[in-house]
Design a protein around this ligand. Structure first.
Ligand code: CP
Length: 302
C-alpha cells in the first residue's frame, strides 16, 4: 500500500483493510513511536471537522511527523480564487502525504490525479469517508471479536451519510446482514445497495428503529446531514426522525454496541452515554490508532 491514495474504501483490498486493523492494534498498545520524524503530513480541510482532522494530527504527532495545513480555507489563497488543482499541486511540493476533506463529491479522486503525493480522502461531500470506515471496522472487530456474519443496523440519514456508504461497501465482504432504518426520503442510494446485492447478501428496510434493536450486534446511528439538503423544508420534515433513548435498549442483545461516527445532534440522548452498550467515544479514540496505521503504511514505514 506504499504511496497508494485512499479515496474510496475499495481502493484497498480486503487484505489491506485487515493489515490496517492489525497494525492499528499495535499502535493501540504503543501509540508513541517516532517513526515518521522525516515526514510532513498536510491536512487540508475545506469543510468543518473535529475528530477526523484532530485525530489525524494527533496520529501524525505521536509518530513524530510535522503537520501543516488549514481548517479554514477562507484564510488561504482559495479565497482569492485559486483552483483545487493548483492548491493540491502546491501543497504536494510541501508535504509527503495530503489528508483532504472537501464538500464536493469526486474532489478527492480529482486531487489524487493531480497530486505528486498520496491523497487520503477525509470525506468528499456525501460520497465516502474511508478512514472512518476503517476505524468503524476496527471498533466492530474489537467489540464483537469478528467482522463475519454480523447483523448490523444503519439508522438515520442513509442517503447523504458518507460514513454509511463506505462502511456498507466494506462490510459487504463479510457476509453481513444489513438492517437499514431511515425515513423514505433518506433511503440508502441504489448504487450503494448494489454492493450488497452483488455479494448476494440480505438487507431489510425499516422506518421504525424499535423493530431492529433486539436483532442486531451493532446499532450504527447517524446524524441527519443538514448541510447536504438543498431544501430546508425537507430537512425540517426529517430532522427528528430517530431519537435513541436509554429506555429503548432493554431488548438489545447483551453484547450489542452502539456506534456513531459523531458529531451527534439529538439522535442519541445523553442518558445513553453511561450505558455500557454506548461505544461512540471509544470509537472516536480508535480513530487515532487506525490513522497512525494508515499514515505509516502509505508512507512505507510499516
Ligand atoms: N466522524 C467525523 O468525520 O467527524 P468530524 O466531522 O468531526 O471529523
Amino acid at each position: 500500500m506504499k504511496n497508494k491514495s485512499l479515496v474510496s474504501i475499495n481502493d484497498f483490498t480486503r487484505e489491506e483493510h485487515i493489515h490496517i486493523l492489525d497494525l492499528a492494534e499495535e499502535f493501540e498498545k504503543k501509540p508513541t513511536q517516532k517513526i515518521l520524524q522525516d515526514y510532513v503530513v498536510a491536512t487540508l480541510f475545506f469543510e468543518p471537522s473535529t475528530r477526523t482532522r484532530l485525530s489525524f494530527e494527533s496520529a501524525a504527532s505521536r509518530l513524530g511527523a510535522k503537520v501543516i495545513g488549514f481548517s479554514e480555507p477562507g484564510s488561504t489563497s482559495v479565497q482569492k480564487g485559486e483552483s483545487l488543482r493548483d492548491t493540491i499541486r502546491t501543497v504536494s511540493n510541501y508535504s509527503d502525504i495530503i489528508v483532504m476533506r472537501h464538500p464536493k463529491e469526486g474532489s478527492a479522486r480529482f486531487a489524487s490525479e493531480v497530486s505528486d503525493v498520496p491523497i487520503i480522502n477525509a470525506g468528499d461531500g456525501a460520497n465516502q469517508h474511508p478512514t472512518q470506515t476503517l476505524l468503524d471496522m476496527y471498533s466492530i472487530r474489537k467489540t464483537q471479536g469478528t467482522l463475519d456474519n454480523l447483523n448490523i443496523a444503519f439508522v438515520g440519514d442513509l442517503k447523504y451519510g458518507r460514513t454509511v456508504h463506505s462502511l456498507v461497501m466494506a462490510l459487504s465482504n463479510y457476509n453481513t446482514t444489513f438492517h437499514l432504518v431511515s425515513p423514505q426520503l433518506l433511503k440508502l442510494p441504489s448504487a450503494t445497495k448494489m454492493h450488497i446485492k452483488e455479494k448476494n447478501l440480505t438487507y431489510y428496510q425499516y422506518t421504525d428503529i424499535i423493530d431492529v434493536i433486539p436483532k442486531v450486534d451493532i446499532l450504527y446511528m447517524t446524524r441527519i446531514q443538514k448541510e447536504r439538503f438543498s431544501d430546508p423544508i425537507e430537512y425540517e420534515k426529517v430532522k427528528n426522525s430517530y431519537i435513541l433513548r436509554n429506555s429503548m435498549l432493554e431488548t438489545a442483545k447483551p453484547n450489542m454496541r452502539i456506534l456513531h461516527p459523531l458529531p451527534r445532534v439529538n439522535e442519541i440522548t445523553v442518558d445513553v452515554d453511561d450505558n455500557p452498550k454506548a461505544y461512540y467515544f471509544t470509537q472516536a479514540l480508535n480513530g487515532v490508532y487506525v490513522r497512525q496505521a494508515l499514515l505509516a503504511s502509505i508512507l512505507g514505514v510499516k
